[in-house]
Design a protein around this ligand. Structure first.
Ligand code: ZN
Ligand code: MN
Length: 494
């Protein structure tokens, strides 16, 4: 059979663990801290000593519920903790505290940009529950493995989707969009470097051949810790499964076993790890040391009030309200505080110009200082005024960037800085005409090119505009200068 005779439809679901940004662990008061001295943030509870009593971290539950509300999940009013038993060196209790039959939330939906261009993909959320993380095995030495238990007991939100995603790119979009959501909700830093988001895609393929549909067995790709790995591993797995089915038509769900696979980032392949265990292998049972959690109306309302407008909705609104492109609105709202600042500044300023300034010099200055625009510490009033005097033509775009630089050093108003620094734009045509004449006299070659060399015409005119701006000390209005240059050239051609 030929590959071109097959119609292939990937079926992809995700299981994602998000580390919640609480100060202390899920069931003890040890600090959650990245990069601390190994085994320094541990206590009898998270070390799994006998006779200790875990106590639930209320903030972790609130963060989890806040996220679940944003994912349009149904919030359980009664939820409990279960022990998931397995033996592993980085899990000293020999069980993980998780949630089994009564998860904190279920039946949600999250929409992400669809892979087939335009529109959105509705991805159903099966459940989102809370659990604790395990420790970390360190393989820094060739012959021994060391265990660091600092991470043991860190609160994780596990989110499980229905297999509604249809391509590697769509899964990638889901993961990045989820990162934006959790950072926006301030429930997680969402840092990939610190391993705060880990992904486990499950993948199989529906293959239509000769009017019959075949489905390959599902593989679960374990523990991916970057968006790029999610995309590459899924793309690889789709191809692998199609090829496996073409080689052996018995490679179908039911006959072939479910399997866990690992992603080798260096070789770019998934590898078989083991057959997948079923829930009964974990011997789930209610944790007798923890009381169930009851979520009453008052608590739920209180958490609902902290959700606010979600990034996707805000992006659409900001695009409309401020005349921004969809992508630009997305960039501005990547940081919630900066987006708030933008909206306050837009009220006193000129929104479209402010948008340009946010994306050009303000973000450049934030990058230089390795901070966000909000953290530059400039108030909304001055940001707005700078955009307004630029839009009104008091200063040009280049001068605005120079004023911005000064605004970081002094509390002066943008107008005052413009005057003090001689950056107020000159729109007196007589003065500008004199500068244009001066630039023409000093650059005969460029004038010749602009008049007679069609290949260099555009470049030569740009050069002359630059010369006029230079002569004027940046004070000329580049738009009027361009018009004056055009008129003068037209006059010379006659
Ligand atoms: Zn502890
Ligand atoms: Mn889990």
């Amino acid at each position: 059979m030929d590959r071109s005779e097959l119609k292939i439809r990937p079926i992809i679901g995700l299981e994602i663990h998000v580390q919640l940004a609480t100060r202390s662990k899920m069931f003890c008061s040890c600090a959650v801290e990245f990069g601390a001295e190994p085994n320094s943030n541990v206590c009898p509870v998270c070390l799994g000593m006998p006779g200790v009593l875990p106590v639930m971290n209320r903030t972790a539950v609130e963060y989890a519920i806040r996220t679940a509300i944003a994912l349009k999940c149904r919030i359980a009013r009664f939820t409990k903790w279960d022990r998931k038993s397995y033996y592993y060196p980085d899990l000293p209790k020999n069980y993980q505290i998780s949630q089994y039959d009564l998860p904190l939330s279920s039946d949600g939906v999250f929409e992400v940009p669809a892979g087939d261009g335009g529109g959105y993909r509705r991805v159903r959320i099966i459940r989102a529950h809370l659990e604790e993380d395990a420790g970390k095995n360190l393989h820094d030495h060739p012959s021994i493995t060391q265990v660091d238990l600092n991470r043991t007991g860190t609160p994780l939100l596990e989110i499980v989707t229905e297999p509604d995603l249809t391509s590697a790119d769509e899964a990638y979009a889901f993961c990045t969009e989820l990162q934006r959501l959790v950072t926006y909700l301030e429930v997680s830093e969402g840092s990939m470097e610190k391993g705060q988001m880990r992904f486990e895609p499950n993948v199989n393929v529906a293959i239509e051949y000769d009017r019959t549909e075949y489905r390959t067995p599902i593989s679960e790709i374990k523990n991916l810790n970057s968006f790029r790995a999610v995309r590459s591993a899924i793309a690889y797995e789709i191809e692998r499964q199609v090829n496996a089915w073409m080689a052996d038509r018995d490679y179908v769900i039911g006959k072939g076993a479910k399997e866990n696979r690992g992603w080798d980032d260096v070789r770019g392949v998934t590898e078989f790890q083991r057959g997948k265990e079923e829930a009964h292998d974990y011997r789930y049972f209610p944790d007798p040391d923890l009381v169930p959690v009851e979520v009453d109306d008052a608590w739920l309302e209180q958490i609902k009030a902290t959700v606010g407008e979600l990034p996707a909705a805000r992006q659409a609104r900001m695009q409309k309200e401020y005349g921004l492109s969809f992508a630009d609105a997305g960039t501005i709202l990547n940081d919630r505080a900066s987006a708030d600042l933008f909206e306050s500044a837009a009220r006193v300023g000129h929104a479209a110009t402010l948008g340009k300034q946010f994306l050009s010099f303000w973000s450049a200055k934030a990058n230089e200082r390795k901070c966000t625009i909000a953290e530059l510490g400039i108030d909304a009033g001055r940001l707005g005024v700078l955009s307004k005097i630029t839009a009104e033509g008091m200063v040009n775009a280049t001068a605005a960037a120079a004023i911005a630089e000064k605004m970081l050093e002094s509390p002066d108003a943008p107008e005052a800085i413009a005057k003090k620094e001689g950056l107020v734009q000159v729109r007196d045509e007589g003065r500008m005409q004199a500068w244009v004449d001066q630039a023409f006299a000093a650059n005969v070659k460029a004038v010749q090119d602009a008049l007679s060399n069609p290949k260099k015409q555009k470049q030569a005119r740009g050069f002359l505009t630059g010369q006029v701006m230079r002569i004027s000390g940046g004070q000329a209005d580049p738009k009027i200068v361009g018009e004056l240059i055009g008129k003068k050239l037209a006059g010379m051609m006659q």
